[in-house]
Design a protein. Structure first.
Length: 289
């Protein structure tokens, strides 16, 4: 249908611009996110006049579901405001078709693809950042290894115990259990690696004037022995308060935590949804298997 291709064109264009903005400025402009929402619902509204109200209802349902998820991710400090608003727009673009059919699940497949591909993309980004900023990463990694030195012994003992256990099970016809043996150690060292990158490469001090809504404050801002702004995702009111304190000469810089620019994952997931039905099926089978 014409409406589907118009929505795909608008969605891909918005995600390309948003990905560029996120990679370059670590921020998705509000005009783009709100524009995507209004464009999606506007296109659906126009076509619903001729082709039926179900087209508009689909977008409203998708927007509503993603609105709830956006609030959940934002207030749990998982995503910034730009990511959350963009998710609402993609909910309106993809929608939830009514009456329920195979396409009604497209939004679910999209969300799963974003999370799966986002995890892969995020791990690649973190590895690359650790290599580029190795002078910051390695001291933190050594510090983490020393801090958890007792855990190495415990997990080593657990892995040895699993090896002995599965050695016996393998002889009884259960060789597929072998991959479980290195899992505890692998998960532990992956945790140390990611945490070291976050603490060594993602935290930096910036001037108050360069803060933007959605930045993550890495530590409490204390003025005159009191917490002026607590550690959190900054909102408009927080920015105004920090700027006032800066103008009064009480603070100069604050510590923020930068994350992996996640918006490209929205683009990857949508490309899979639109052009890679076979790959999307594989992602679903991996997640649910």
């Amino acid at each position: 249908m014409m409406v589907e291709w118009m929505l795909i064109t608008v969605g891909l264009t918005a995600l390309l611009i948003a990905s560029y903005a996120d990679l370059k400025h670590r921020e998705v402009p509000d005009w783009l996110s709100y524009g995507l929402i209004f464009a999606a619902l506007g296109i659906r509204g126009i076509f619903s006049i001729v082709n039926g109200w179900e087209i508009l209802l689909s977008g409203i349902l998708g927007f509503g579901i993603c609105l709830g998820l956006a609030y959940l991710f934002y207030y749990s400090n998982q995503w910034g405001g730009g990511d959350s608003k963009l998710l609402m727009g993609m909910g309106a673009i993809i929608g939830i078709t009514y009456p329920v059919g195979a396409s009604s699940w497209n939004l679910l497949w999209y969300l799963l693809a974003v999370l799966f591909l986002g995890a892969v993309y995020g791990l690649i980004w973190v590895i690359g950042l650790a290599i580029i900023k190795r002078e910051l990463f390695f001291p933190k990694f050594k510090e983490m290894l020393y801090h958890y030195k007792s855990v190495h012994t415990i997990l080593g003992t657990v892995s040895l115990g699993l090896f002995v256990l599965f050695l016996g099970l393998a002889q009884q016809g259960f060789p597929f259990l072998w991959p479980i043996i290195p899992f505890p150690l692998a998960a532990f060292y992956l945790f140390l690696f990611v945490t070291s990158v976050e603490n060594g490469c993602f935290i930096r001090k910036i001037e108050v004037g360069k803060l933007t809504e959605g930045d993550w404050l890495a530590e409490d801002v204390i003025v005159e022995a009191r917490i002026a702004v607590g550690k959190k995702t900054l909102e408009k009111a927080d920015l105004e308060k920090l700027k006032k304190l800066h103008s009064e000469g009480k603070i100069k810089k604050v510590l923020i935590r930068e994350g992996v620019p996640f918006v490209p994952s929205f683009l990857f997931g949508y490309l899979v949804l639109v052009f890679g039905s076979g790959l999307l099926g594989w992602v679903g089978s991996v997640i649910f298997s």
